[in-house]
Ligand binder design. Structure first.
Ligand code: GDP
Length: 372
C-alpha cells in the first residue's frame, strides 16, 4: 500500500515538474514578462534617469475629422450677439413703438447705418418698411419681425449663387485662390476652408504662395496636417507664382479634388500687389482656369476694408467674399454693403477662431440669427 502511495506521489511530482518547465518552454515564442527590477539595497542610492530634452520619437500626426458643414451657421448663431443687440433687437424695439413717427424712422435708419448696412441699402430698406407698415394696419410684434426679416433677406440678395466652385473637372482639380490683405484672417480661412472641403468629402492640396512670411507657410501646413492635407511650399522669399504653379501641378498629378492657394496680401503699393497677384493668376492659368477666387475681408474694418477690397477686384476676378470676424462686431450689416458695393456674393463667414468656425453664408439663417 505504501508503495502504491509512493508511486502516486512520484507520478504527481513528475507531472508538476513537466507542467512547470516543459510546457512554458514549448510555448517559448511568447516573451516572458520582464523580471521586476531588483530592489536597491538600503544603502544604495537610486540611479537618476534624466529625461531627454526633446522626445526622441515624435507622435504620429493625428488626423482630425472636421465638423459637418451643414448647420454650422445655426450652431454659431449666438456668436452674432453684438450685431444681434445693436441691429436685430435695436430695430425690433424701435419698430414696436406705439407710434411710428419720423423720429422712429430716423432711429431705424441710424441703427442700419451704424451697423454698416450702407446708405443705399438703408434708404431702400427704410422706404419699403415705411410703406409696408402703413399698408398693414395692425402691427403685432410677430408681423413686424416678419416684415423686417423679409426686407433684410431681400437686401442680402438671396438669389446670388453662393456655391463654392471646388469640384474637379475631368483630370483637373478645382483651383481655389484665396486673396486679401494681411491680418484679415486669410491664412486661417485657408486652413478652415480645407476643413470645410474635407468635411464635404474632398481631397485637398494646399499651396503656400505667401512666400514672404515663413510663419504663414508653417501656419498653413499645420492647418493642413490636421486634416491630412499636404502643403506645397517654396523657399522663403521665393517666387509666389512658381509655388502656386507647382501646387496645381502636384494636385493634378496626385489627382486631388481641390488645390487651395494662399497668397500674399501686402498692401505696400497697389502696383506691387497688382503685379504679384496678377502674375500668380496668369501662371496658374497656364494649366487651366482658376475656378474660384475668394477675397477675405475683415468685418470689423468697415468702410476701410471695402476700399481695400476694391483694389483686389481690380486685379483679379473675385468670385466670392469670405467675411471674417463677424463674431464680436456690432457691424453685421456689412454683409449687405459688401455685396452691393462689390457686386460679389458673400459665400462664407468667419464666426470665431475655432477650427470649424467658418460657415457657408445663408441669408435666411443669417437674418434669423440677427433677429434672435
Ligand atoms: P492673414 O495675415 O490674413 O493670413 O491672417 P491670419 O490668418 O494670420 O489671422 C489673423 C488673426 O485673425 C488670427 O489671430 C486669427 O485667429 C484671427 N481670425 C481669423 N478669422 C477669424 C474670425 O472669424 N473670428 C475671429 N474672432 N478671429 C479670426
Amino acid at each position: 500500500m505504501v508503495y502504491l502511495y509512493l508511486a502516486i506521489a512520484v507520478v504527481v511530482v513528475a507531472v508538476l515538474l513537466v507542467a512547470a518547465f516543459v510546457v512554458p518552454r514549448r510555448r517559448g515564442r511568447i516573451a516572458p514578462p520582464p523580471a521586476p527590477p531588483a530592489a536597491p539595497a538600503l544603502d544604495e542610492k537610486p540611479a537618476v534617469v534624466e529625461a531627454p530634452d526633446t522626445p526622441v520619437i515624435a507622435p504620429p500626426p493625428t488626423v482630425e475629422t472636421p465638423e459637418p458643414v451643414a448647420g454650422r451657421l445655426v450652431r454659431l448663431r449666438a456668436r452674432l450677439a453684438r450685431s444681434q443687440n445693436s441691429l436685430g433687437r435695436g430695430l425690433l424695439s424701435v419698430l414696436s413703438r406705439d407710434r411710428l413717427d419720423d423720429d422712429a424712422w430716423d432711429d431705424v435708419e441710424e441703427a442700419l447705418l451704424t451697423s454698416d448696412v450702407g446708405v443705399g441699402a438703408t434708404t431702400e430698406i427704410v422706404d419699403r418698411l415705411r410703406t409696408r407698415t402703413k399698408v398693414l394696419g395692425t402691427r403685432s410684434e410677430g408681423e413686424l419681425r416678419a416684415l423686417l426679416a423679409e426686407e433684410l433677406v431681400t437686401a442680402l440678395q438671396p438669389d446670388l449663387d453662393r456655391t463654392l466652385h471646388s469640384t474637379p473637372t475631368g483630370d483637373r482639380p478645382a483651383v481655389v485662390m484665396v486673396v486679401g490683405v494681411n491680418g484679415t484672417g486669410k491664412t486661417t480661412t485657408c486652413g478652415k476652408l480645407a476643413r470645410v472641403l474635407v468635411a464635404d468629402g474632398r481631397t485637398v492640396l494646399l499651396g503656400a504662395a505667401d512666400t514672404f512670411r515663413a510663419a504663414a507657410a508653417d501656419q498653413l501646413q499645420t492647418w493642413g496636417a490636421r486634416v491630412g492635407a499636404e502643403t506645397v511650399r517654396g523657399p522663403e522669399g521665393g517666387d509666389p507664382a512658381s509655388v502656386a504653379f507647382d501646387a496645381v501641378r502636384e494636385g493634378t498629378e496626385r489627382k486631388v479634388d481641390t488645390v487651395l492657394i494662399d497668397t500674399a496680401g501686402r498692401l505696400h503699393t497697389k502696383v506691387g500687389l497688382m503685379d504679384e497677384l496678377g502674375k500668380v493668376k496668369r501662371v496658374v492659368e497656364k494649366q487651366g482656369p482658376v475656378d474660384e477666387t475668394l477675397l477675405v475681408l475683415d468685418a470689423t474694418t468697415g468702410q476701410n476694408g471695402l476700399t481695400q477690397a476694391r483694389v483686389f477686384t481690380e486685379v483679379v476676378d473675385v468670385t466670392g467674399i469670405v467675411l471674417t470676424k463677424l463674431d464680436g462686431t456690432a457691424k453685421g450689416g456689412i454683409v449687405i454693403s459688401v455685396q452691393r458695393e462689390l457686386g460679389v456674393p458673400v459665400k462664407l463667414i468667419g464666426l470665431g477662431e475655432g477650427a470649424d468656425d467658418l460657415a457657408p453664408f445663408d441669408p435666411e439663417q443669417f437674418v434669423d440669427a440677427l433677429l434672435g
